[in-house]
Design a protein around this ligand. Structure first.
Ligand SMILES: *Cc1c(COP(=O)(O)O)cnc(C)c1O
Length: 339
């Protein structure tokens, strides 16, 4: 038994999901003739109360497309210093859109409306990059699965309206936030111009993300996706997994959150742990003392078939997910206690 807690992307399709995939009706999606892809897109757009949605091979491509939609080369966007679009998308913001990031020094990947107002203050002088876009991430990845306060997101939206800025949400793990905060997708649909969501993270699909937005933006996104090489053919087999995930794997995220909390409670009693970040969803970040050391701890756990990921500076990350069973949970808690 290998207990893989490296990410919530390591899950395998369940039996039900595989059945849905194997029986999917498919067609050529480049001609927009795959009925299952079309059904997934309509379903997701409805969920969020948005006009349209587009299926993507990855969250990165969905985010990069959104950034391209809202900007021109030379422009700037605002995001937190921890943002995935800035840190983990291979410099795509610069490569694909020719855009610079104005980083905001937030907490756990989240900044305040006041911080944005300060950063975005002033007039558009000719020597300044045009400000075009604000990007939010919910839950925050590098911030340890933290969830934004909805009221803060509303305040930020006000600023985007005043300043004529587009508003994009990187919602790779938005469903974790919705479940944790008891919120619904429509609340987010009415706030943002574009939203990306991943089906391949907590929701347990093998591949796939969606970009949501207005008809106009999604029509442009369709062209950009083709340009980026993301036009896929009989991809309904994967869209079927996405539909299954939206129907069956959202409410159960509470189980992942509960397990993450229980791991934290055990870690809090271990004398070799120096600090644990607050846990709100399925990501847990903690620090081991210098005597044990991050790499050594990870190697020792790997010898016991428990896989964890290093984040540098003594930080270690655990992500709970669909394939992390009760039995694995029991074993992990025991091993942490005995370490
Ligand atoms: C995983 C992730 C992405 C990108 O998704 P991929 O499908 O891996 O390209 C984007 N944003 C956040 C916050 C993520 O965690």
């Amino acid at each position: 038994m290998i207990i893989d807690l490296i990410s919530d992307t390591v899950t395998r399709p369940t039996k039900g999901m595989l059945d849905a995939m194997m029986t999917a009706k498919v067609g050529d999606d480049v001609f927009e003739m795959d009925p299952t892809v079309n059904a997934l897109q309509v379903k997701a757009a409805k969920m969020f109360g948005m006009e349209a949605a587009l299926f993507f091979p990855s969250g990165t491509m969905a985010n990069q497309t959104a950034i391209k939609i809202h900007t021109n080369p030379g422009d700037k966007l605002f995001c937190d210093k921890y943002a995935h679009i800035y840190n983990y998308e291979s410099g795509g913001v610069a490569f694909n859109s020719g855009v610079t990031c104005k980083l905001i020094d937030g907490k756990r990947g989240m900044f305040t409306a006041n911080q944005l107002a300060e950063t975005a203050a002033g007039n558009p002088e000719i020597y300044l990059p045009y400000s075009k876009l604000v990007c939010i991430e919910n839950t925050t990845n590098k911030g340890g699965g933290a969830c934004w306060d909805y009221s803060e997101l509303e305040k930020i939206q006000k600023i985007t309206k005043q300043k004529d800025l587009a508003y994009h949400l990187d919602g790779a793990r938005l469903f974790n936030a919705l479940v944790a905060k008891n919120e619904n997708p429509k609340q987010y649909g009415k706030l943002f111009d574009t939203i990306s969501i991943c089906l391949s993270k907590g929701l347990g699909a093998p591949v796939g993300s969606l970009l949501l937005g207005s008809k106009k933006n999604i029509t442009y996104a369709l062209r950009l996706r083709k340009l980026l090489g993301g036009g896929m053919r009989q991809v309904g087999f994967l869209a079927a997994a996405g539909i299954y995930a939206l129907d069956n794997h959202i409410e159960r995220l509470v189980e992942d959150h509960q397990k993450a909390k229980e791991i934290t409670e055990v870690l809090a009693t271990c004398n070799y742990i120096t600090k644990i970040e607050p846990v709100e969803t399925n990501i847990l970040i903690f620090y081991v003392d210098d005597k044990i050391g991050e790499t050594n701890f990870i190697n020792k756990m790997a010898e016991k078939n428990i896989l964890l990921s290093p984040m540098g500076d003594g930080k270690i990350r655990i992500v709970t997910h669909l394939d992390y069973t009760d039995k694995m949970h029991e074993t992990l808690l025991k091993e942490l206690n005995n370490f």
